[in-house]
Design a protein around this ligand. Structure first.
Ligand SMILES: [Zn+2]
Length: 546
């Protein structure tokens, strides 16, 4: 309330100054100008989904001070939008940027119009959220940063990578870690239920932690137990957690990654719709590609990976166990409908970077001269034993991607980290996700209107994650903006050459400061840590049920 009041005062003040200036002959010193920045000739797409309208936007003190027909010469700096689209900066709710302080410009995100990142997804986050978000003071960022507290990281800290239920003491420790994280500003809880150690948790363990998150007004964001063969059960589990713990559910990177189930999205979307009809807040996020990206490990049986690599290596030394791994992987591959591992491409393999960009089928052929699945599995096991790899899996259908994108509760999120240009061959989504939606799916394929696509990148994420003064172009809101040309906006990053910045983005503004000019990043680092509703300095939401 206090914060909002301040905005209103600010607004009133700037309007007052605006009036005074327009009546007098203006020879004001820079500090007396009503706006720090004035954007003129904008076609405003405000994030609500409403059709664009024409206006100027005045920015003062990091906030939007006025939108409308504004008099010229009222600002220290004027930016002519030249009839381009001006939208709220994009909010990417699914990222993995734990290393952002070493790449504080977050250039790959900024250059596709992203101004706010939510990290800590898929069960992996910092465990000391206060410390993590607090680092922004010493190491300023170009973008705003929020984080989830991750179940996998909390579990690892409490009980290592054991394949069992927690003891009551370990559960208590996890609860305390989650509670502290919510007080320190986490926006919710994430799980990664295909990863070690998250995969060893039963539903009741997650419900227990989600109840705490619910008390502090957070969301439950989940990388589900299955996105292929058992995807429907996994959606049901996510919904059950939301209903039992009484909190909103965000299903991460919603997809179907089993070829056998391609075309089943009406069913999976139906599960989300019916939960919403019952009154549970369920939303999903999605990246705009038919390939996913995750670790090589995730293709190996979970029982093998318990206790970490050293334990797994001991197990693999036994020929019978190794045979069991081969058999399970072969069966899994067959059930998912892929004939071999030609769909699995190496993004980054430290032990031999010459593998980067090649498929497991190609690598196996190169190393052994063989083309059968058994040799491919042996190659994958060898790479796992050598430290593992980051992978790109071409495992989805375009129809399913489009069907998910059209749903009103779907937001656009990259699932990317901060990228160092020319390092390895990562998934192109980290350079192109938002612009790919605007170019390919809005302009070229007419799948969505421009206004709806922008809503999925701005006000819907802000509403879901509780960023109450972002995601819309409104007077009093934070001045996060992106300016782009809807006719030329396009992704240029490909699976072969991912390190390509997009076209068509002409300016990106974070908290009123220009961070990207269309040609280059500026040195401005105006990003803020965005803390959740459970933060001690905010009024906590009232606990409901339990
Ligand atoms: Zn994930």
């Amino acid at each position: 309330m206090l914060k909002y009041g301040k905005h209103l005062t600010l607004l009133a003040l700037s309007l007052l100054i605006g009036c005074l200036c327009s009546r007098s002959v203006v020879t004001s010193a820079p500090q007396e100008k009503p706006y720090d920045l004035l954007i003129t000739n904008a076609r405003v797409v405000d994030g609500s989904g409403n059709p664009w309208y024409r206006a100027d936007i005045g920015i003062k003190g990091g906030h939007i001070a006025a939108i409308g027909r504004l008099a010229p010469n009222q600002a220290i700096k004027t930016l002519d939008a030249a009839n381009q689209i001006v939208a709220p900066g994009f909010i990417d709710v699914h990222t993995h940027v734990e290393s952002i302080y070493s790449l504080p410009a977050a250039e790959n995100f900024v250059r596709m119009g992203v101004t706010t990142l939510v990290t800590g997804n898929c069960g992996g986050s910092a465990t000391n959220i206060g410390e993590f978000l607090g680092r922004i003071k010493e190491k300023p960022l170009a973008v705003n940063l929020a984080t989830l507290i991750a179940h996998g990281s909390v579990r690892r800290q409490a009980m290592g990578t054991e394949d069992r239920a927690p003891t009551p003491e370990e559960m208590k420790q996890m609860e305390l870690l989650v509670e502290q994280a919510m007080k320190d500003g986490a926006v919710g809880l994430s799980t990664g239920l295909i990863y070690v150690p998250g995969t060893y948790a039963k539903t009741d363990e997650i419900v227990g932690l989600a109840r705490i998150v619910s008390r502090y007004g957070g969301v439950y964001a989940t990388h589900m137990r299955s996105e292929g063969e058992f995807v429907a059960d996994a959606i049901r589990e996510s919904i059950q957690i939301g209903e039992q713990a009484n909190l909103p559910v965000e299903i991460s990177h919603f997809k179907i990654s089993s070829k056998k189930l391609w075309g089943q999205t009406p069913l999976t979307i139906g599960l989300v719709r019916s939960a919403r009809e019952r009154g549970l807040m369920v939303t999903v996020d999605q990246y705009a590609y038919t390939a996913s990206s995750t670790s090589l490990d995730s293709r190996l049986p979970t029982w093998l990976r318990a206790g970490g690599l050293t334990e797994a290596k001991k197990r693999l030394a036994d020929q019978a166990t190794r045979e069991r791994v081969r058999k399970e992987m072969k069966e899994g591959l067959k059930r998912s409908g892929f004939k071999d591992y030609g769909y699995a491409m190496v993004a980054s393999y430290d032990s031999d970077p010459s593998f980067n960009g090649k498929s497991i089928a190609e690598i196996t052929k190169q190393v052994t001269g063989k083309g059968d699945v058994s040799h491919q599995i042996d190659q994958m096991i060898a790479m796992y034993e050598a430290g593992g790899a980051s992978m790109v899996y071409h495992s989805m259908s375009e129809d399913d991607v489009q069907r998910i994108m059209r749903e009103p509760f779907t937001m656009i999120a990259s699932d990317s980290g901060v990228r160092q240009v020319d390092e390895s061959v990562p998934h192109p989504r980290g350079y192109g996700n938002n612009v790919r939606v605007l170019g390919r799916y809005v302009r070229d394929l007419h799948l969505l209107s421009l206004e709806d696509a922008i809503r999925k990148m701005t006000s819907l994420p802000a509403q879901t994650f509780g960023f109450r003064d972002r995601g819309l172009l409104r007077e009093g809101f934070a001045a996060d903006l992106v300016i782009f040309d809807e006719k030329t906006v396009a992704d240029r990053a490909t699976f072969e050459k991912p390190h390509q910045f997009p076209a068509g983005i002409s300016s990106v503004i974070v908290n009123g400061e220009l961070v990207f000019t269309g040609e280059a990043m500026t040195n401005a680092r105006p990003g803020m840590a965005l803390r959740g509703a459970g933060t001690a300095s905010l009024v906590p939401t009232v606990a409901q049920g339990d």
